[in-house]
Design a protein around this ligand. Structure first.
Ligand code: SAM
Length: 332
């Protein structure tokens, strides 16, 4: 485990600096966590447990309830207590789509849950995700946003920002002084005093412009959203959070470059077409070797016809196909 909580002899918690993780290790941890939650979602679909994305305490409760009702605790415990890594469990987990034996499914579910909760999977994942924003690694994507914003902002205007998937209150959006307030939310807040623990998809719709924003930052979040439909729903939901009482409002969208450069079902053009259908025009873009940064401005121009959406955006369409490509997509 990477994170430990130590106490003094009087029981006071010792505040420790998070240990540094090499970027390659952070990427490995993130990939592993994604694999675990992906496989867990497949198992839970098969055995009839409805998971709540990002809400681990509810997920644990729902799983416990199912174990109680089905009398399957002992199988789950076998997996929970199994050696980790176990070549047998790993192999079964990889072919989970083809597995229909309930006993095995509960065993593997126990194996996965133990890694997430008992062996530090979730904590390590949160730590590894936050490394991307480590200033020492130059990883704060909002620095790019602030460079663009310097040239387009109207002096004297008070910009309000909503940052979805916030890992730090020290990034450029928060420290530039351009945005006030910056409302930060994340499914799993690492600092509840500064980052509200909230699923954007469940954030209540603001009743008036006074509670809406000039900018929504959605940096490296969409690729964390588990299905193409939910990604589409997230993009669709942005409109309700942007002010209508000002002329210009913005979406800052950041994705790993391969989501658009190496996907069978998504390209930069298609993403811009989807955004345009939703009412946004790309104003700025920048690509590094691994990340694409985009700023979209809301536009109230003519919308495309409904049949165009049905034809082009409402299902995954294969736009190219090569062996090493990924399947990232967004569906409206
Ligand atoms: C890789 S981190 C991104 C961190 C940061 N924004 C950056 O650019 O480095 C992705 C974060 O998005 C959060 N997230 C994913 N879906 C979300 C949702 N529906 N509502 C709020 N946060 C979400 C996850 O909890 C995770 O912490």
């Amino acid at each position: 485990m990477l994170s430990r909580r130590r106490k003094t002899v009087t029981g006071k918690l010792i505040v420790e600096r998070p240990p540094a993780i090499k970027p390659s290790k952070a990427r490995r941890i993130i990939r592993r966590f994604h694999l675990l939650i992906n496989k867990r979602r497949i198992i839970c679909n098969k055995i009839g447990i409805k998971l709540l994305e990002g809400d681990e305490s509810t997920n644990s409760e729902r799983i416990s309830e199912k174990l109680r009702l089905n009398d399957t605790q002992s199988f789950y415990d076998e997996g929970w207590n199994a050696q980790n890594p176990s070549s047998e469990y790993e192999a079964q987990m990889l072919k989970i789509q083809r597995l229909d034996d309930d006993i095995q499914l509960f065993r593997i579910l126990g194996y996965i849950m133990s890694e997430i909760h008992q062996r530090g999977g979730l904590q390590n994942y949160q730590l590894a995700s936050s490394m991307g924003q480590d200033r020492n690694r130059g990883g704060d994507s909002s620095k790019i946003l602030m460079n663009w914003f310097k040239t387009i902002r109207t002096p004297g205007h008070q910009y309000r920002a909503l940052e979805i998937g916030s890992l730090s209150a020290e990034n450029a959006i928060s420290t530039s002084g351009v945005f006030d307030p910056v409302i930060r939310i994340d499914l799993n807040s690492s600092d509840p005093a500064k980052i509200k623990r909230q699923d954007f998809m469940k954030r209540p719709l603001p009743p008036s412009d006074a509670e809406k924003f000039d900018l929504i930052s959605c940096s490296l979040v969409l690729n964390f959203v588990p299905t193409p439909q939910l990604r589409g729903a997230m993009l669709h939901r942005f409109q309700h959070f942007l002010r209508l009482d000002v002329e210009k409002t913005y979406i800052f969208l950041v994705l790993p470059l391969p989501c658009v450069s190496n996907s069978r079902y998504m390209s930069k053009t298609l993403l811009c077409d989807i955004m345009e259908y939703l009412g946004y025009k790309q104003s700025h873009a920048h690509e590094s070797s691994k990340i694409i940064y985009m700023l979209f401005q809301r536009s109230f121009g003519q919308k495309v016809h409904e049949e165009q959406v049905v034809r082009e955006f409402s299902k995954k369409v294969l736009i190219r196909d090569k062996a090493n490509m990924n399947n990232f997509s967004i569906v409206l």
